[in-house]
Design a protein around this ligand. Structure first.
Ligand SMILES: C[S@@+](CC[C@H](N)C(=O)[O-])C[C@H]1O[C@@H](n2cnc3c(N)ncnc32)[C@H](O)[C@@H]1O
Length: 327
């Protein structure tokens, strides 16, 4: 096999050109950190072939792709990405590629904004595109961006589609909407109710639901509800009638844990739905405190084990855990 078709990455995995192009595309649209791109393959290809063909292919699948025209990653990100491609090409001494410089010229003149699109590519090739804020915390909330636990829970759902098919799902603290939109797209729930408490998050969530072709007006399928854990009533919960309740990255602050546990108690008292909570364990004390409060409320849990297929690119440095709750 040609060197340009097969290569060895820094982590010694044998990869081929198709996989590398897919990695570039998936990482670019999710705005992954540039260090996580498969640069080693590109470097070796440029070195061996002294041709910019691979860069041209990468460009077509990223900045010049129709998805980028419709839902562009931030201006700053595209600038950094293109500059890195140019740097790699120049270091390798390949012929300059006009379209690379044209693409850079286009973003250099563009105004940077506080919002950007991130697109998360599903194994089907279909994309979930979300309007997110550039900053992780803004407008007094953490809910305007997608967190790793949301991506992990969506991956778990893709591996366990039957858990959601034909069922009514309630999601707590939905944020930008990645998990729910992925489940609606791939798992055919009977009804999916997104919820959050923050008015800007709810606004963005509604926009993102619409952006992905899910309509709230088809009331039988998708809903976006204001639900604050501190004030949600048993009636509100009963009205939704969820068979399954999920939440991602809702155990991030000791201050929110008490109201969350109270709400989970009400939910489990209502009609015993299946409840799954997915958390990034950033701080053992906060996470341990959550589990202790569950226990004190008479809620048992077990940790969901087993490998989850990696679909989305995100940092897997912090441990992420899904627990199932029982009365
Ligand atoms: C870290 S974000 C996680 C968002 C999303 N699930 C994800 O993982 O990308 C936490 C979410 O919980 C929501 N939240 C915090 N306190 C809440 C409360 N008392 N009631 C309802 N939602 C709340 C926030 O608005 C925010 O959207």
């Amino acid at each position: 096999m040609e060197h340009s078709e097969q290569n060895q990455t820094s982590d010694s995995k044998i990869v081929n050109k198709t996989d590398v192009l897919w990695d570039f595309q998936v990482s670019f649209f999710a705005m992954s950190r540039l260090v996580s791109f498969p640069w080693t393959f590109l470097e070796k290809d440029l070195e061996c072939n002294k041709s910019s063909d691979l860069i041209s292919d990468i460009l077509k699948l990223t900045c010049l792709h129709s998805l980028c025209r419709k839902f562009p990653p931030s201006v700053r990100y595209r600038k950094l990405f293109l500059s890195e491609l140019i740097r790699r090409q120049e270091v390798a001494g390949c012929d300059p590629l006009d379209e690379l410089y044209d693409a850079l010229a286009e973003v250099v003149g563009a105004q940077d904004t506080t919002e950007c699109y991130k697109s998360y590519l599903l194994p089907s090739g279909d994309a979930v595109s979300l309007l997110e804020n550039v900053a992780l915390i803004s407008e007094g909330t953490t809910g305007l961006v997608t967190w790793e636990a949301a991506l992990y829970l969506a991956e778990w759902a893709l591996d366990h589609q039957d858990t959601f098919t034909g069922r009514t799902v309630l999601e707590l603290g939905s944020g930008a909407g990645l998990t729910g939109i992925t489940i609606c797209r791939s798992c055919s729930p009977k009804r999916y109710v997104f919820s959050d408490c923050h008015h800007r998050v709810l606004q963005k969530l509604r926009d993102n639901v619409r952006l992905n072709g899910l309509s709230e007006t088809t009331a039988s399928t998708v809903g976006v509800e204001e639900m604050d854990w501190t004030t949600a009533t048993e009636e509100q919960i009963a009205q939704i009638g969820a068979d399954i309740v999920i939440a991602a990255d809702v155990v991030y602050d000791p201050d929110v844990v008490e109201s969350l546990v109270e709400l989970l108690s009400k939910i489990l008292r209502s009609s015993s739905p299946e409840v799954f909570i997915c958390s990034t364990i950033r701080n053992q004390e906060t996470y341990g405190g959550f589990k202790q409060q569950l226990e004190e409320a008479g809620i048992r849990h077990h940790v969901i084990t087993g490998a989850v297929s990696q679909v989305f690119p995100y940092s897997r440095v912090s441990a992420i855990e899904i627990i199932k709750l029982f009365r």
